[in-house]
Unconditional design. Structure first.
Length: 191
């Protein structure tokens, strides 16, 4: 089999077996942090956590800044931890292929969403609420899942997407309304 044909077959396999396709691929490596929310942080972690904390606090004047800090620290650090646990191979789309063919156990977007959601629920949030976001629901090649967080009492559409899959463990966040994905809330009974 010639090289061009092998390359074409590999690219076809990636396209057919991957889900959670994204224009935003890995630009950063996982830091190797453990899942604990306390302990030393790299300077870039502190800056990332502070930026997310500010964005969370900006959701509503009634939110608690300390709680925003806990959410930010947990989301950023736990995303790096999950990348380590999944023994992530970059880019995320290639890791998806490895999961789909059975060489890796976890690392699809719904795994990231499930694991991050479980960790954030342990915080027993008072001024924030969690949603499960899904885009292109039911599409084998395009469905994408992620956590969405909003201030308590806010609608899903007013929240922020917390997406650890998109950048292979380096947490990506964006307001639901400004993301390229057409997010919809998944009913809570389906989580």
């Amino acid at each position: 089999m010639n090289v061009k044909l092998k390359y074409l077959l590999l690219m076809l396999m990636v396209a057919l077996l991957s889900a959670c396709l994204s224009a935003h691929q890995s630009r950063q490596a996982a830091s190797g942090h453990d899942p604990e929310v306390t302990g030393p942080q790299a300077p870039s972690d502190r800056a990332t956590i502070a930026a997310l904390q500010n964005d969370l606090a900006d959701l509503d004047a009634g939110t608690d800044a300390a709680e925003a800090g806990k959410v930010a620290q947990t989301a950023v650090r736990y995303s790096f931890y999950l990348a380590e646990q999944y023994e992530l191979v970059r880019p995320a789309v290639f890791h998806n292929v490895l999961v789909r063919i059975g060489l890796k156990e976890r690392g699809l977007c719904h795994h990231w969403a499930t694991d991050l959601m479980e960790q954030l629920e342990l915080l027993n949030l008072r001024t924030y609420q969690l949603y499960w976001g899904v885009a292109y629901r039911g599409s084998e090649l395009r469905e994408h899942n992620s956590v969405v967080i909003a201030a308590r009492g806010q609608r899903f559409e007013e929240g922020i997407v917390l997406d650890p899959w998109r950048n292979s463990g380096a947490l990506h966040w964006v307001p639901v309304k400004k993301d390229t994905y057409p997010w919809q809330p998944r009913p809570r009974h389906e989580w």
